[in-house]
Design a protein around this ligand. Structure first.
Ligand code: NAD
Length: 446
């Protein structure tokens, strides 16, 4: 049976090259998410903890018929880089090493951080490409200087080459873990590589720092993942460049707390053909991300990303009786005492048989960076694998990890977590030359 969910570039299957040598994972941003990710990987390597929340490390994948009893771990089935082969690097305008940055972020308890203190102190951020215009609430001294934005991008490319050489890496991956920038609409400056390069040369305001990191990575043949809602790789110029250079790209915005739950519950409502009158989501958080998002311009970027989810899953056009005109409100409030331990409330007004209203209330006391860290790991390992498997351009099978998944031009992104999971696993099966699983159970008809 044909599987329409596969990314088109997976159709040309080349046997994935093995993961030999070291993989460098570079993160623009050395804040709460990046340091929690790095400390966690090291803690796992030293045997202090298990990689909870990571599909690449803990999930299994069923192969063949149910009766075959073949369900290896994904990491035993797919040639992924091993945790021991990973080295870390970062850029940040704030010069703190990873240990100090993690202390300030306040995600990890001292006892957990102390056990990896030596390792974390050795990770020092490279000077960032940073501009206050795009992230207003942060000031830092560890910043590159350059006459033009193209100069700055060239400096980032040099950093990537230097890091690779110095750390004796075989391959690199870049995962954006830096702040959410102000809202930028895709314009003519982003329409083609030529227009983009011209805009870099003329220091056009439409070229944000995140775009320069993306450009630099792709030019160096390095996969790029966008963990914030910033446009960065989600513009025609970058897509064209990624396809030309044979580089996998993906984004945007890690799907961690409230939105993750939304993409679990909304498909459930739709599966039961229950209606929706409204969904009100509010959050309080007190970390630096919360402070940045307190700026209305940065919040707008986040809001766009959070709002798109429900319409896409519920398809009001197809089901007007159930989903036409529902109200969807998302609020984020900066509340310092809460630190990284975000609290989210959802009030969901649903509609049942004979129009009877019902309510669902969710109070999610989550830890943002604890949920995000394994996503950074999985995206890095899967993107590196995709590159070795000959994949390029948008990696729709990684939509599972994003709030605002990128899709090929003209296609609607897929938000339903379970469809995303099926697509992810079927892509792995396909790339490894295994049958896709359709759950059709044809054997009953024989
Ligand atoms: N934690 C989550 O659950 C989650 C979910 C989705 C998206 N995100 C996004 O991930 C990003 C990181 O989150 P966080 O909690 O670690 O934030 P954070 O504020 O703790 O860390 C971000 C870091 O990026 C640095 N930075 C800003 N601009 C930069 C630039 N141009 N180059 C290099 N570094 C730069 C900042 O100085 C800061 O140290 C944010 O954009 C956030 O919106 C987080």
């Amino acid at each position: 049976m044909e599987n329409k969910e596969l990314p088109s570039n997976a159709d040309v299957r080349t046997p994935p090259a093995p993961a030999t040598g070291k993989l460098g994972i570079l993160t623009p941003g050395l804040g709460a998410v990046a340091t929690t990710f790095m400390a966690g990987v090291e803690s796992i390597r030293r045997g202090y903890s298990k990689p909870i929340g990571s599909l690449t490390q803990m999930a299994t994948i069923r192969l063949g018929k149910r009766t075959d009893n073949r369900s290896p771990l994904i990491k035993d089935f797919v040639p992924l880089a091993g945790l021991d082969d990973i080295v870390f690097g970062a850029w940040d305008p704030i010069p703190d090493d990873a240990y100090t940055a993690a202390q300030k972020a306040g995600v990890l308890e001292e006892k957990d951080l102390e056990r990896v203190a030596d390792f974390m102190k050795a990770i020092k951020p490279m000077p960032a490409v940073f501009d206050n215009h795009y992230v207003t609430r942060i000031n830092g001294s560890n910043v590159k200087k350059g006459k033009t934005k193209r100069d700055l991008a060239e400096q980032l490319r040099q950093d990537m080459r230097d890091f690779k050489k110095k750390n004796n890496c075989d391959r690199l991956v870049v995962v954006w873990c830096a702040s959410t920038e102000i809202f930028i609409k895709a314009g003519p400056q982003h329409a083609s590589i030529e227009a983009f390069e011209k805009a870099m040369d003329s220091n056009d305001e439409a070229i944000a720092p995140s775009m320069l990191y993306a450009y630099a990575a792709i030019m160096e043949g390095i996969p790029f993942c966008m963990g914030a809602p910033n446009l960065a790789v989600d513009i025609p110029a970058m897509l064209q460049l990624a396809n030309d250079k044979g580089v996998p790209i993906s984004g945007k915005d890690f799907k961690t707390g409230q939105t993750w739950l939304k993409t679990v519950i909304a498909p459930g409502l739709k599966a039961r053909m229950l209606g929706l009158a409204g969904w009100y989501s509010t959050n309080i958080l007190g970390n630096r991300d919360g402070e940045v998002l307190d700026d209305p311009q940065s919040f707008k970027t986040k809001e766009e990303s959070k709002l798109s989810v429900l319409h896409n899953i519920l398809q009001p056009d197809k089901y007007p009786d159930l989903y036409k005109d529902f109200t969807h409100v998302v609020r984020i409030n900066y509340y310092p005492p809460r630190g990284d331990n975000k609290e989210g409330w959802d009030n969901i007004d649903i509609v049942g048989w004979m129009n009877y209203p019902m309510q669902i209330k969710i109070n999610f006391l989550c830890r943002d960076s604890i949920l995000a860290a394994p996503i950074v790991l999985d995206l890095a390992l899967f993107s590196d694998f995709a590159h070795r498997a000959g994949m390029k351009g948008i990696q729709e099978w990684l939509s599972f990890y994003y709030k605002s998944p990128m899709a090929a031009p003209g296609l609607q992104p897929e938000h339903d977590l379970f469809i995303q999971q099926t697509k992810l696993k079927n892509t792995l099966r396909h790339l490894m030359g295994e049958e896709q699983i359709t759950h059709l159970g044809l054997e009953y008809y024989a």
